[in-house]
Design a protein around this ligand. Structure first.
Ligand SMILES: Cc1ncc(COP(=O)(O)O)c(C=O)c1O
Length: 377
């Protein structure tokens, strides 16, 4: 069986298990806000989905996205999830032989889009206390040059949960401007951070801001995201669009309703999410050899180091999988550092977080006897 088929069967097995506790993909499994539920029901009942949505998105949603980011003068393109926005930006700006610079760890799919276009990928290592688990302007300077066409910054970082101060972001933006590079600022997790600075505030003409509705609002399976940029930059991007018929009408209606209640919704989500982070970090803290290098994480997940516990990430993922709990092995994010850690998502019902804590000692013992070779994705 080829890899795409194996991968699909793997996720199909997870998806068709109604009991599965999803603590691996940073999706949001908290019960949705009543206003979003109502919007979804309304969108089904009035059957407006028989028509295509406008190609760039419902105007009301486009405006709401730009208003939410507080980026007046910029424009949004609504896409099938942030991943489509990233694919579009990569198609528009990655060319054969040009430089694409990002962090390691980070989110792997845009690297593949860039590589497909023939771009030369540079991954700046940021894992470890020496780097503070984040990018520095010195490291960015050293890794970029006149050939750099794209800087891809996941912020807050997935999997690390680190974010940047306004001063750091200003320096990154200035470096991008100095090089004439496009800064793709992937803000998928920004709403979980205590504070967050948009690169577009410093470098509006060259920043592409990427937005997702999968994580904060919990619409992962509905597939909705957006790309936001200055109109002049959008003119360079839009000819590369592969979505002339727009994105899901139902998802857009849910997103609009979500944005309208965002402050109230996120206050609740963040409270629960941070409590789950604490619960899970404490449970690992009671076991020898495990550490949580970034706490609290500024995103809806935590990294747990298991290398000093003598456990491989793959074995721990498999052992928890036997209890119907999905977490993620570090190698999903990074071949270089992936043997050190697992990642656990925290926008989940408290009972799921508790279930993980309850079986953890037993799963860790079980993991000691398991090989590191499980076929995981
Ligand atoms: C950094 C990052 N960007 C983008 C995405 C994709 O988000 P979406 O579900 O909106 O396509 C993810 C999903 O995990 C992610 O971690």
């Amino acid at each position: 069986m080829n890899d795409a088929e194996s991968r699909n069967r793997y996720f199909d097995r997870l998806f068709t298990n109604p009991e599965l506790k999803w603590l691996g993909q940073n999706t949001n499994h908290l019960p949705m806000h009543p206003a979003v539920r109502q919007a979804l029901h309304d969108a089904i009942d009035d059957e407006s989905f028989h028509a295509y949505a406008p190609p760039l998105g419902l105007e009301s949603l486009r405006e709401a996205i730009v208003a939410d980011l507080e980026l007046p003068g910029q424009a949004a393109v609504v896409t099938d999830g942030a991943v489509s926005a990233l694919a579009l930006a990569c198609r528009a700006f990655c060319t054969a032989g040009s430089g694409f610079v990002t962090t390691d760890p980070g989110w792997k799919w845009p690297l593949q889009f860039a590589a497909k276009a023939g771009a030369l990928i540079t991954e700046i290592p940021i894992y470890g206390p020496e780097a503070g688990y984040k990018l520095s302007i010195d490291a960015l300077r050293a890794a970029t040059d006149a050939n750099t066409r794209v800087i891809y910054l996941v912020d807050p970082n997935n999997p690390l949960g680190t974010t940047y101060t306004a001063g750091e972001m200003r320096a990154f933006a200035e470096r991008a401007r100095e090089l004439g590079a496009v800064l793709i600022h992937d803000c998928t997790y920004r709403d979980f951070a205590d504070s967050h600075t948009l690169a577009a505030g410093f470098y509006p003409e060259g920043t592409v801001t990427i937005v997702s509705f999968s994580k904060w609002l919990g619409l992962a399976g509905l597939r909705l995201g957006a790309l936001v940029a200055a109109p002049e930059l959008l003119e360079k991007i839009l000819p590369h669009s592969q979505a002339p018929l727009g994105a899901s009408v139902i998802a857009q209606r849910a997103a609009l309703a979500g944005l309208a209640v965002k402050a109230e919704w996120m206050a609740q989500v963040s409270r629960q999410q941070r409590a789950n982070q604490r619960l899970i970090a404490d449970a690992f803290g009671r076991l020898p050899g495990f550490t949580v290098p970034v706490f609290p994480s500024q995103a809806n997940f935590i990294v747990v180091e298991c290398v000093d516990a003598g456990i491989t990430p793959e074995a721990l993922v498999s052992a928890l999988g036997e209890h119907g709990i999905m977490i993620r092995q570090g190698s999903y994010h990074t071949p270089r550092f992936g043997h050190r850690f697992v990642k656990i998502s925290t926008t989940v019902p408290p009972a799921w977080a508790q279930a993980l804590c309850d079986v953890l000692p037993q799963a860790v013992e079980r993991a000691r006897g398991l090989p590191a070779t499980a076929a995981l994705y």
